[in-house]
Write a protein that binds this ligand. Structure first.
Ligand SMILES: Cc1cc2nc3c(=O)[nH]c(=O)nc-3n(C[C@H](O)[C@H](O)[C@H](O)COP(=O)(O)O)c2cc1C
Length: 368
């Protein structure tokens, strides 16, 4: 059997039935009270039948963490039942469930915060049209946010999850702490490289402590990151090599590279032809597991992914278009790239994807 369809075991003993992962994808479809909706439950069940690991949509760890409307929350005990349903939907299909823990920071949608502050490491506006200038977090509030993540991990353990992924990618709060663009603090959390890493350092260590204390079965801690930022100043590949070296030293269970393509090169230095994964693999070596994502759409791509040194392959859009696409890959059939009734997506998620139709067409995805 090909490597991808062989089982995979993490260092702590968690076992996956194959090496494919559902990439974390926001559904924009929770109930208005931010609990899991029935439509989401059906969607997760349908995606869990053939894949080894499901990473959930970004789940907000506190009230001021919420970035999008109808984003699932894990802010306190009142959300435990909802997260239990999420985990159950995934586990019943035969897949392992990892909850992606998220705080939006300065990327939170302003319309969710009428007359309230949006908080971030520094009072610096993101270069996005909709963004507003955030309020700089007080030192004690930074520790409150770390506490919120730790509380969310306790709840994830209680809900029976198989792990959590700290969302340190895609410009959100953890990335904002690491970035010289969004973190110009002059306290223990910035502005030098090792101080910009401090938030992540404390968070990872405290996460491991709480897992050790409360988990009663193998429970993994993953970290997702975006290797570079285009902004000046912005995260460079050298910064990221420092980050992954420290994450490997800290013994996180995996590092998940959020790139638009698994074989991406630098977006900052376009004359550098060395693949990002090759630079990262040289530093990380075999100290931890690496998940690749972005435009993985055939068996040949998956083979390439493993040859480049990734251990697991995450699929985003291919898994949204049709729940049978893993089986199709296994059977050497082409992926279905049409969004239609068989896609089994929550209606608000379908509508959001439909609003991106022009862009998705360029990747070969169509709508019916
Ligand atoms: C609808 C949608 C929602 C997404 N939401 C998240 C998210 O909540 N967290 C995250 O880390 N990435 C998110 N992503 C990025 C995906 O995890 C993935 O990295 C990206 O789609 C590239 O993989 P692909 O080429 O297989 O689609 C989202 C992508 C899509 C299409």
């Amino acid at each position: 059997m090909e490597k991808v369809f062989r089982s995979f075991i993490f260092n702590n003993g968690l076992s996956l039935k194959n090496r494919l992962v559902l990439a974390p994808m926001t559904t924009y479809s929770s109930n208005d009270d931010l609990t899991l909706s029935d439509e989401e439950e059906v969607y997760y069940k349908s995606r869990s039948k053939d894949i080894g690991l499901v990473i959930t949509a970004a789940v907000a760890v506190s009230k001021n963490a919420q970035a999008f409307k109808n984003q699932i929350s894990i802010r306190d005990e009142r959300y435990l039942e909802s997260i239990k349903r999420l985990v159950k939907a995934i586990n019943e299909g035969g897949s392992k469930a990892v909850i992606q823990l998220h705080h939006g920071g300065r990327m939170n949608q302003p319309n969710l915060y009428p007359n309230q502050d949006i908080v971030a490491p520094s009072s610096i506006k993101a270069s996005r049209e909709y963004a507003v200038t955030p309020r700089e977090l007080r030192n004690s509030e930074v520790y409150d946010i770390i506490d919120a993540f730790i509380n969310a991990i306790k709840l994830s353990i209680k809900a029976g999850a198989d792990g959590v992924e700290l969302h340190g990618a895609n410009t959100y709060l953890l990335q904002q702490f690491f970035s010289p663009n969004s973190n110009q603090r002059i306290d223990e959390f910035g502005p030098t490289l090792n101080k910009r890493y401090k938030f992540i350092d404390i968070l990872v260590r405290r996460s491991q402590e709480v897992i050790k204390k409360y988990a009663t079965k193998p429970f993994i801690l993953g970290y997702r990151l975006s290797p570079e930022e285009l902004e000046e100043p912005g995260i460079t590949i050298d910064d990221t090599l420092y980050l992954v070296d420290n994450l490997a030293k800290a013994k996180v269970d995996y590092i998940h590279l959020s790139t638009s393509s698994y074989n991406a090169t630098s977006i900052r230095n376009t004359s550098d032809n060395e693949l990002i994964i090759s630079k990262i693999k040289k530093v990380v070596a075999n100290r931890t597991v690496i998940i690749g994502v972005g435009r993985i759409e055939s068996k040949e791509d998956i083979e390439d992914v493993f040859n480049l040194g990734y251990d697991l392959a995450a699929l985003g859009l291919p898994m949204l278009a049709n729940p049978n696409n893993v089986k199709r890959l296994e059977n050497n059939e082409n992926l279905i790239k049409e969004f239609n009734k068989e896609s089994i997506l929550p209606s608000k998620m379908f509508n959001t994807l439909k609003s991106w139709e022009e862009g998705l067409k360029q990747r070969g995805y169509t709508f019916k």
